[in-house]
Design a protein around this ligand. Structure first.
Ligand code: SF4
Length: 323
């Protein structure tokens, strides 16, 4: 059997930073560290951090006074920020800077008097956080049909749109095409809101789908960008399954399959890909593994103030002095 690996796959810069923030906070301030919502949408990552001392909560009200609270990579609404700031909590924001960019766009567009159409999935925490940057004036649109159904009374010149960062690039484009056709003067973000990592992983899975019969996407069912990778792979003609890890592989998927493609969502760690490769080796003996060419990624985001090496050293010095 031949196995082709998509490139790039797995962790993006926003996920790497968010996980590092939780780990560093545990190191500097000690467990428990509270995290509002899953820091990133991956079950293995969340469990690993839980084992290290992270406590995941749905609401700020569940966090005890004096504790350290981290906002997840998906971002939070202004109301959640205000609630947390009104409590005696030490707060770190792990919102991906590319999500923060969309938050700023929303505020700027509202200040310019625009009604904003957000293209995204209802109920996703990123959508709730982005729509919660302003008090009113935002409409969620999930599909081209919903864009068609928008009221004619909306004035094109008073409209703008933004997108969730992890959408299917093609789906987002379909909605935007309808919006531009119906509202030609609609204002656009300066640069696409669908992030570089989403775009690169979808491009890579399209390339993979042309080469293989079956695609395994490593990622959790709650992960928006992982689900999109599975859909994109399937639309390009390959059978595609989304799995958390090697334990979820089913032997029936491989009947008659000669070439398998593997990719991983932006929140899925590389060791899960290696686990799937090990499992395939055990089941099928010698497998030939090849990584396809793809985009190089060098994006990295800095840690927030208070969690740098110097802070860590200061905190260690303090705790040593206290003993
Ligand atoms: S998928 Fe994109 S927006 Fe989301 S955390 Fe990664 S880089 Fe940031």
């Amino acid at each position: 059997m031949q196995v082709l690996l998509a490139r790039p796959r797995g962790f993006c810069a926003g996920v790497t930073r968010a996980i590092a923030i939780v780990e560093r906070a545990i190191e500097v301030f000690g467990a428990p560290i509270y995290v509002r919502h899953e820091i990133v949408h991956n079950r293995t990552v969340v469990q690993k951090l839980r084992d290290q001392g992270a406590v995941f909560v749905d609401e700020v009200s569940e966090v005890p006074d004096g504790a350290t609270l981290i906002f997840s990579a998906h971002g939070v609404s202004k109301a959640v920020q205000r609630e947390a700031q009104g409590r005696s909590l030490r707060i770190f924001d792990a919102t991906c800077p590319l999500v923060t960019k969309v938050h700023r766009e929303v505020v700027r567009m509202r200040e310019a008097g625009k009604t904003i159409i957000m293209i995204g999935h209802a109920g996703h925490p990123e959508v709730e956080g982005t729509m919660g940057q302003v008090e009113d004036g935002m409409i969620l649109v999930e599909s081209p049909q919903a864009a068609e159904a928008l009221a004619d009374v909306l004035n094109s010149a008073d409209l703008a749109y933004v997108s969730q960062t992890t959408l299917s690039v093609d789906d987002a484009r379909n909605v935007i095409d309808v919006l531009k056709e119906r509202f030609p003067a609609i204002a656009e973000p300066k640069k696409s809101d669908v992030c570089y990592a989403t775009q690169n992983r979808q491009d890579a899975v399209k390339k993979l789908a042309r080469e293989v019969d079956l695609i395994l996407v490593i990622g959790s069912v709650s992960s928006s960008n992982s689900n999109r990778l599975r859909e994109v792979g399937e639309r390009e003609g390959a059978k595609a399954y989304l799995i958390d890890s090697a334990e979820h592989l089913e032997s029936s998927w491989f009947e008659g399959v000669e070439r398998v493609g593997i990719t991983a969502g932006a929140s899925a760690p590389e060791f899960l890909v290696q686990g799937v490769l090990d499992s395939l080796k055990q089941s099928f003996g010698d497998i030939e593994i090849q990584e396809l060419d793809g985009a190089d990624e060098s994006v990295a985001f800095p840690m927030p103030k208070g969690l740098w090496e110097s802070d860590l050293a200061a905190a260690r010095g303090k705790s040593l002095a206290e003993h």
